[in-house]
Design a binder for this molecule. Structure first.
Ligand SMILES: Nc1ncnc2c1ncn2[C@@H]1O[C@H](COP(=O)(O)OP(=O)(O)OP(=O)(O)O)[C@@H](O)[C@H]1O
Ligand SMILES: [Mg+2]
Length: 156
């Protein structure tokens, strides 16, 4: 993780640096558990269609669920976008969760110590980060939170 990033933004260094193009496949407002379920089903079908093995499709769905659960819990409403990502070397899937909720007060605490804002043990974002190949989060007390993750097909 790049701990020298400006406040409110953390990026993993393993993100591929080459040029990427994306196709938007699904853009869904998330304000209920039904929306979360719909996003899960779409992500699973799409990941399998792209050629991810079942266990990796399951990992993508788990990451998406944690991101959507945070939207529902902390913002009440937000959006999930799912995209196919291409580079010269191959393709993958990108999941982006955006909300205009209260933002995360202390990202370092959450991502380095696994501590939620109420002091409890917080696993969601750490799990997302572990399951996916790239992880970027922006959070701002005024503007809300955006989490962007990618998983690449074998060889990436
Ligand atoms: N979208 C969000 N908007 C505002 N705060 C958030 C958001 N997502 C996470 N947080 C804050 O970051 C903390 C850590 O989130 P994380 O998902 O890692 O764990 P958690 O939600 O507390 O617990 P769980 O392990 O059940 O997911 C949360 O406790 C919450 O305070
Ligand atoms: Mg959570």
């Amino acid at each position: 993780m790049d701990t020298n990033s400006p406040h409110g933004q953390l990026k993993d260094r393993k993100a591929p640096r080459m040029k990427k193009t994306t196709d938007k496949l699904l853009h869904l407002v998330v304000s209920s558990n039904d929306d979360l379920l719909a996003a899960r089903q779409f992500a699973r079908a799409f990941a399998l269609g792209l050629g991810f093995p079942a266990h990796q499709a399951a990992a993508i769905v788990t990451a998406l669920s944690e991101m959507a659960r945070n939207i529902l819990l902390y913002s009440g409403r937000g959006e999930i976008a799912i995209r196919r990502v291409h580079t010269a070397r191959g393709q993958g899937i990108r999941v982006e969760a955006t909300d205009r909720g209260p933002g995360i007060l202390d990202l370092q605490k959450v991502l380095l110590d696994g501590q939620g804002m109420s002091g409890h043990h917080a696993m969601g974002l750490l799990t997302v980060r572990r399951l996916m190949d790239t992880f970027v989060i922006h959070s701002d007390r005024q503007k809300g939170t955006r989490v962007i993750v990618e998983k690449w097909l074998q060889g990436e």
